[in-house]
Design a protein around this ligand. Structure first.
Ligand code: RIB
Ligand code: CA
Length: 308
């Protein structure tokens, strides 16, 4: 089985932590690099968080710092969910040194040197990935596909219109959906099916005694149960993007056209998925529509228990 080579761009971030660990634990994937942006919290936290998580997993994957703000406009964070430090105040042993250079350059270099295309996974603001594709479009053939946790068919979670990653840098997301390479979306409606309840967390914690699994459970225990789900649980957004790469059979998909609202008004950052093709425009996105929740949590348990 040939491994899927990925570059994982993130903003850890409590759910990013699950995505990173799931990727490190997946024999189906080869993580070529982790690249980091400011997002849930500032880059001054997301970068050390990514380094600490990578080291905790015993991974030697290089971690590159990237954009600390969107292409346009001001940086906004989401500390209410992730805490001021991005990991709910859970202290991890510090990781190693950042890889030299910046994220966009590292991604371009990896694409330029790749003999076969690479999958770009984006689970934070799309700034780093957009910078790569805007500045060297000749590398597009080296992009196998782009897999994002981003957007929503309907209501957002950052504003009524917009999901957090999409709103964090709508212009960057617009670059990705217009680049011509396959873009796969795990939207809020998909990740709502990966609802981590206290019972799920208890089962996960009992699945193993490794430091990574226990740290993830400690981190997730700090995440507020979401009002959107009557406080029954919190959606594990970002690992859905990794789970699709590992076990696509757990998902169903729908191809459709998507546009991003770049306006200044209340709709800014909205992902307008044309579910019924009303605009008559070619599909530029594959949207993950359903997830087998039991299969997802079984996968998390089985794989995260393998980590040190
Ligand atoms: O809306 C959820 C997304 O925004 C997740 O990627 C979470 O980590 C935050 O970045
Ligand atoms: Ca994220």
């Amino acid at each position: 089985m040939s491994r899927i080579r990925i570059i994982l761009d993130c903003d850890p971030g409590t759910d990013d932590a699950f995505a990173l660990m799931l990727a490190f634990a997946a024999p189906e994937l080869e993580v070529l690099a982790v690249t980091v942006a400011g997002g849930n919290v500032g880059l001054e936290h997301t970068m050390p968080n990514a380094l600490a998580l990578t080291a905790l997993a015993g991974s030697t994957v290089p971690v590159f710092a990237g954009a600390d703000r969107p292409l346009l406009g001001a940086f906004t964070s989401e500390t209410a969910v992730h805490g001021d430090d991005g990991l709910g105040g859970i202290r991890l042993p510090p990781g190693g040194a950042p890889a030299p250079g910046v994220a966009a350059d590292a991604i371009r270099d990896l694409l330029r040197r790749a003999d076969t295309p690479i999958t770009l996974v984006g689970i934070g603001p799309a700034t780093n990935l957009a910078l790569v594709l805007m500045t060297e479009p000749a590398l597009l053939p080296k992009v196998e596909r782009i897999v994002l946790m981003s957007g929503a068919w309907a209501e957002g979670n950052a504003t009524p219109a917009a999901e957090f990653n999409a709103l964090s840098d709508p212009e960057a997301l617009a670059v990705l959906v217009s680049c011509g390479r396959p873009v796969v979306f795990a939207t809020l409606e998909l990740t709502a099916q990966a609802l981590a309840t206290p019972a799920h967390l208890a089962r996960l914690r009992a699945a193993g005694s490794g430091r990574c699994l226990q740290a993830l459970c400690d981190i997730q225990a700090t995440v507020p149960l979401s009002r959107r789900f009557d406080r029954k649980g919190a959606a594990l957004h970002d690992p859905c993007a990794i789970a699709w790469l590992i076990r696509p059979d757990l998902f169903t998909t729908r191809d459709c056209h998507v546009e991003i609202d770049l306006g200044p008004g209340p709709g800014r950052g909205r992902t307008l998925f044309d579910r019924w093709g009303r605009l008559g425009k070619a599909a530029n996105a594959t949207v993950l529509e359903t997830l087998n929740p039991q299969g997802f949590f079984d996968l998390l348990e089985e794989r995260l228990a393998r980590l040190p």
